[in-house]
Design a binder for this molecule. Structure first.
Ligand code: AMP
Length: 512
């Protein structure tokens, strides 16, 4: 089954239904979108010799042409390689070469940053050449097997080189069904607002919205501007968006007191949402929040915390559940394993592993990493978690971020949760630093709220009142901002490097 069929069918059955918006305007209806994608697919085949199975990259910020380009690639039987537009040119070339892409669609602002090598062809989105593709004869969706490659998803790479998760048509279809069955229902005309990158989470929700005749709306800013999202909800109504927790925080700051009735659902995930922030978001947005926990290797689908669970403020376990990532998606088998890969009981912490129809086939051109990550037929997520008696999963940290101090395991997230509630703390990230006596010590890297000057002893007293003594940071480092990757995830590795570099400088008597 070719995932592009959903568009082909909607184009026939509901040609007049709104399909793509840009800013405040409706720019394409389903008939037009399907027709344009089919013509571009014809051009891919005729002009660019794209054969079924070929990889076609898209390097662009979110834009309306993104939607039809993805579908054109699928209709032609090829696979998309959406690349985060904020990456470094050397990362563009790494991904293009690694994927063996024969063609890349690039937005005009990035055209001079994408290196051309070998037979790679570049087409600038919305250029005269791009427009000429529409003169080609339209083609019908090329039949694909469910296991054929549809999306080569390059992981965000908080460590090492990005890896390409092989996502098949079946994986994408299953992820779409999971969304519609367990995260949110979509009716014709409902809006998905792409404020988060379409190369990642937001784009993965595109197909479910096409299947149900939703409207995919691209912000005029091509990205995330909190005020623009609020205006868009007012303009479009029944608007949903996928947002990383940092985006939700900023949206809450902008929305305080505003009318939020134009929002349908804010789906958050991709990183830890601190309970204090979630409660604040609930206060502002009401029962419009849903959480997903997933990773590129099983897109958006390991567990979900539903809208009704987040809204159940009178439930005795409400607070605990808000701190969890919810329960497994219906078709997923999710377990917590020990270091020897044996299943653990509820209450015991270990690595989260899972199996189900959304799990990738493997990593592209990386048999060793594929074998390791998928050992025993299960995806090893690299996340540490624990199930409670009721089947709710709580995420601790990435296995590599766990701190072992004086023989005790300390999860940075737990310490961050506490410090994050201090009014003078804008952002915080907790890491382990090697220490001769303790093995590792807990260090909190704190960004103070603007105009405040909170000191180490005040934060220490704050922690002492709230967490076990041994978990509290032994050291505080005040910095201007946290290093983050292009998806807004904190780069703990860089914090650890920063700490060891500053220690070295101190030892050598060099002032830093
Ligand atoms: P990526 O493959 O770039 O989407 O990153 C996936 C990783 O993000 C997961 O392995 C988790 O460590 C983290 N993550 C995803 N969803 C959540 C969530 N809801 N809460 C906390 N961390 C999350």
């Amino acid at each position: 089954m070719n995932i592009g069929l959903w568009l082909e069918r909607c184009g026939r059955s509901h040609p007049e239904a709104p399909a793509v918006g840009y800013g405040d305007d409706l720019v394409l209806r389903y008939g037009e979108l399907a027709q344009r994608a089919a013509r571009r697919a014809g051009a891919l085949r005729e002009r660019y010799a794209i054969v079924p199975g070929a990889r076609v990259a898209i390097i662009a910020k979110n834009c309306p042409s993104y939607v039809e380009t993805m579908y054109a690639v699928w209709l032609a039987g090829a696979a998309v390689v959406p690349v985060n537009a904020k990456l470094h040119p050397s990362e563009f070339s790494y991904i293009l070469e690694h994927a063996g892409a024969g063609l890349a669609f690039v937005s005009a602002d990035l055209a001079d940053q994408v290196p051309v090598y070998g037979d790679l062809k570049l087409v600038v989105l919305d250029s005269p050449e791009f427009d000429r593709m529409l003169a080609a004869e339209p083609i019908a969706a090329v039949p694909r097997d469910a296991g054929d490659l549809a999306w080569l998803f390059y992981t965000s790479g908080t460590t090492g080189r990005p890896k390409g998760a092989y996502l098949s048509h079946r994986n994408l279809a299953a992820a779409s069904y999971a969304y519609l069955a367990e995260v949110d229902q979509v009716a014709p005309g409902d809006v998905l607002f792409h404020a988060a990158p379409m190369s990642h989470g937001s784009g993965l929700y595109l197909m479910a919205h096409v299947m149900r005749l939703g409207v995919n709306v691209i912000p005029a800013s091509h990205g995330f501007e909190p005020d623009e999202v609020l205006r868009a909800a007012d303009r479009w109504k029944r608007l949903s968006l996928f947002a990383a927790p940092t985006m939700v925080r900023r949206l809450v700051g902008a929305a305080n007191g505003a009318d939020v009735s134009g929002f349908r659902t804010i789906i958050y995930g991709g990183g830890p949402m601190y309970v204090a922030d979630l409660i604040e978001a609930f206060r502002v947005f009401g029962p419009r929040l849903a959480q997903i926990y997933g990773q590129g290797e099983t897109p958006m689908t390991i567990t979900t915390l539903s809208r009704s669970e987040i809204a159940a403020s009178d439930h005795p376990l409400w607070m605990e559940r808000l701190g969890s990532v919810g329960r497994p998606f219906g078709f997923m088998e999710v377990a917590v394993h020990d270091q020897d890969d044996r299943p653990l009981a509820p209450g015991q912490e270990g690595e989260i592993v899972c199996r189900g129809p959304t799990v990738m086939t493997g990593y592209w051109n990386d048999p060793a990493a594929s074998q390791d990550t998928l050992r025993g037929g299960r995806l090893h997520t690299g996340d540490v978690g624990v199930f409670d008696q009721h089947g709710y999963l709580t995420l601790k940290d990435r296995t590599k971020d766990l701190i072992i101090s004086g023989g005790s395991n300390i999860y940075p997230r737990e310490v961050e949760e506490v410090l994050q509630t201090h009014p003078d703390v804008h952002e915080v990230s907790v890491v382990g630093q090697p220490d001769a006596e303790w093995g590792e010590v807990v260090v909190a890297c704190v960004v103070r709220s603007p105009g405040t000057a909170v000191a180490e002893n005040a934060l220490d007293a704050y922690c002492l009142e709230r967490i076990a003594r041994f978990k509290r940071p032994k050291r505080y480092v005040f910095i201007d901002s946290l290093p983050k990757n292009n998806y807004g995830k904190v780069l703990k590795r860089e914090l650890r490097e920063m700490l060891s570099a500053s220690d070295l400088a101190n030892q050598e008597g060099v002032k830093s």
